[in-house]
Write a protein that binds this ligand. Structure first.
Ligand SMILES: Nc1ncnc2c1ncn2[C@@H]1O[C@H](COP(=O)(O)OP(=O)(O)O)[C@@H](O)[C@H]1O
Ligand SMILES: [Mg+2]
Length: 496
C-alpha cells in the first residue's frame, strides 16, 4: 500500500506540474500562488496519507467482517439476523455524520489554501509590509483565515471522532439483543450454551471492524475533500497546445500585422478597442504611451498569452492561432519589466534562453547586453549563485541578465517591454545600439518610456486608452506636433 499510495502521489504531482504549464494565463489572474501551491503540496499530501493509512484498514476490516459473518451464520441464523438488525441504524447514523462533517472538511482544505496564499504573498512582499507598518493588518488578516481554518478543522475532526463511540453504542444494543435471544433459545433447548458463548464472542469481534471502518471515514472524508480540489484543478480548461495542420515557422520573415484587434481581460471591460498596425519584416517598432494605455496587453496578445476577442493577428500572413503554441513562442524573445530569474548561477540563468549554448556563447550574449562588466566584478563571476528572489543583484542588473538571456535565445522577433527601465540612461542607449546590431533583419518591438532611446525606430505607435492615436517615425510625429511631440518635448524640458 505504501508503494501504491506513493506512486499515486507521484503521478498526481507530475500531472499537476504539467497541467500548470498548459493552463491559460487567465487562470492565474484569479488565483494566488499559494493556493495553487496548496493543491500541489497539501491536498496531494492529504490524499496520499489517507490512501496509505486507510486502505490497509479497509482491507483488513472488510476481510474480518466477511469471515466473522460466515462463522455467525454457521452457528445460528436467527441470532445472526438479530445481530444484523442494528446495521441499518448504524448506516443511518454514519450517513448523517458524514454529511455533517464533509462540509467542514471541504472548508478545511479550502482555508488551508487561503492561509498558504496569504503567507506566500506577505512573505514575498515582506519589506513593503515593514515599510508601511502593515504588520498588524497582516496578522489580523492571517488570524481571520487561521480562525476559519481552526473552526472547520476541529469541527470536522469532532464529528468524525464521534463516529466510533456512536458505533460502539449501537453495537452494544445489538449485543444485548443477541444475548436475550440466545437465552430464550437455550431455555427452549434449541441452542447449546457453548454456541451462545462463541456466538457472542463473534458479535464482539464483528462490531470492532465496523467501528474501525466508521473511524477511518474521517480520513476518507478528508481525502475526498482533497481529491475534489486536486481533480478540479486537473479538470480546468486548458489552452490548446497544437493545432491541425499548423503553419510552419520555418523561414518565417516575421512580418506582423494587427487587424482590427479588440480585446478585454474581462467581458465587461474592453481594453483594446480597434488596434490595427502593419509591421514589415526587420522593422523596429516602438510602442509608446502613458501607463495603462495597453502596451503590454498588445505584446501579450502577440505572444498568445491571451486570445483576441475580435480581429486577428497575423505573422507572415498566418493567423497566430494557426501555429502550434510552442512554435509560436519559439519565434519570440521577450524581456519584461518584472524580471524572472531563478535560484541558480548567473551562467544557468542566462543559459535558460538556449539550453545547449556553450559558456563562450553565454558570455558573448552577456557582453551584448552590457552585463559582462558587472558580472566580472562579482565575487564568483558567472558562477555566482542568485538567491531565490534574485535580490542579491540590483534591479537594473537583473534586467541586463534577462536581456542577455533573450539575446542568447536568438529569436526571430524580439520584444522588450520596458526592459531597461531600471538601467541608467547611458547603459540603456548602449544596449539599444547593441540590440540594433543584433536585430538587423529581424522584427523587434520596443516599449520604452525614455523616448530618446527609440528615436530611430522605423515605426512609432503612440497608444492611449487602448487605441493607436498617432503613428509614423520620429520626424513625422514631431512635425505633426501632436501627442507624441508633446510627450517627447516634455521629457527634454525636464532635463533642461
Ligand atoms: N490581467 C489583467 N486583468 C485585467 N485587467 C488587466 C490585466 N492586465 C492589465 N489590465 C488592464 O489593462 C490595461 C492596460 O494594461 P497594460 O497593457 O499593462 O498597460 P501598459 O500600457 O502600461 O503596459 C490597464 O488598465 C490594466 O488595468
Ligand atoms: Mg506595461
Amino acid at each position: 500500500m505504501t508503494n501504491i499510495s506513493q506512486k499515486v502521489t507521484y503521478q498526481l504531482r507530475k500531472e499537476i506540474s504539467e497541467k500548470i504549464n498548459r493552463l491559460p494565463m487567465k487562470y492565474f489572474d484569479s488565483k494566488t500562488h499559494g493556493e495553487v501551491l496548496s493543491v500541489v503540496s497539501n491536498d496531494v499530501d492529504t490524499l496520499s496519507n489517507s490512501l496509505n493509512q486507510s486502505m490497509m484498514q479497509i482491507i483488513s476490516s472488510v476481510t474480518l467482517i466477511i469471515g466473522i459473518l460466515v462463522m455467525m451464520f454457521s452457528i445460528s441464523i436467527p441470532m445472526t439476523l438479530v445481530a444484523l438488525l442494528v446495521l441499518p441504524l448504524s448506516a443511518l447514523l454514519i450517513g448523517f455524520m458524514v454529511k455533517k462533517s464533509q462540509v467542514y472538511y471541504k472548508s478545511q482544505q479550502e482555508y488551508l489554501g487561503h492561509v498558504n496564499g496569504q503567507v506566500e504573498e506577505v512573505y514575498g512582499g515582506h519589506h513593503v509590509v515593514k515599510v508601511f507598518n502593515g504588520e498588524e493588518k497582516v496578522i489580523e488578516e492571517f488570524q481571520k483565515n487561521n480562525n476559519t481554518l481552526y473552526n472547520s478543522a476541529w469541527k470536522s475532526q469532532f464529528y468524525s471522532s464521534l463516529m466510533f463511540p456512536i458505533m460502539s453504542f449501537v453495537g452494544n444494543i445489538g449485543y444485548v439483543a443477541v444475548v436475550v435471544l440466545g437465552g430464550y433459545l437455550a431455555i427452549n433447548n434449541r441452542i447449546k450454551v457453548g454456541s451462545i458463548q462463541s456466538f457472542i464472542q463473534y458479535v464482539r469481534n464483528f462490531n470492532q471492524p465496523i467501528g474501525q471502518l466508521a473511524q477511518i471515514t474521517n480520513q476518507i472524508q478528508q481525502a475526498a475533500a482533497a481529491s475534489e480540489r486536486v481533480f478540479e484543478f486537473l479538470g480546468e480548461e486548458e489552452e490548446v497546445q497544437v493545432v491541425d495542420n499548423p503553419a510552419s515557422t520555418e523561414g518565417i520573415q516575421s512580418a506582423v500585422e494587427f487587424k482590427h484587434v479588440k480585446f478585454g481581460y474581462t467581458p465587461d471591460k474592453t481594453i483594446i478597442n480597434d488596434f490595427s498596425a502593419k509591421v514589415k519584416p526587420g522593422q523596429k517598432i516602438a510602442i509608446v504611451g502613458p501607463t495603462g494605455a495597453g502596451k503590454t496587453t498588445i505584446v501579450k496578445l502577440l505572444m498568445r498569452f491571451y486570445d483576441v476577442n475580435e480581429g486577428e493577428i497575423l505573422v507572415d500572413g498566418h493567423n497566430i492561432k494557426n501555429f502550434d503554441r510552442g512554435e509560436l513562442r519559439k519565434m519570440f524573445g521577450m524581456v519584461l519589466q518584472d524580471t524572472w530569474l531563478f535560484h541558480g548561477t548567473i551562467m544557468e540563468n542566462i543559459r535558460y534562453g538556449k539550453e545547449e549554448a556553450t559558456d563562450a556563447e553565454v558570455i558573448e550574449a552577456a557582453k551584448a547586453a552590457h552585463a559582462n562588466h558587472f558580472i566580472s566584478t562579482l565575487p564568483d563571476g558567472y558562477q555566482m549563485e542568485l538567491n531565490e528572489e534574485a535580490n542579491n543583484v540590483s534591479q537594473g542588473q537583473k534586467q541586463l541578465l534577462t536581456i542577455a538571456r533573450a539575446i542568447l535565445a536568438d529569436p526571430k522577433i524580439l520584444i522588450l517591454d520596458e526592459a531597461t527601465s531600471s538601467v541608467d540612461t547611458r547603459t540603456e542607449v548602449r544596449i539599444q545600439k547593441a540590440m540594433d546590431n543584433l536585430m538587423k533583419g529581424r522584427t523587434s518591438f520596443i516599449i520604452a518610456h525614455r523616448l530618446s532611446t527609440i528615436r530611430n525606430a522605423d515605426l512609432i505607435l503612440v497608444m492611449n486608452d487602448g487605441d493607436i492615436i498617432e503613428q509614423g517615425n520620429h520626424e513625422e510625429l514631431i512635425e505633426k506636433g501632436g501627442f507624441y511631440a508633446n510627450l517627447y518635448n516634455s521629457q527634454f524640458e525636464k532635463t533642461a
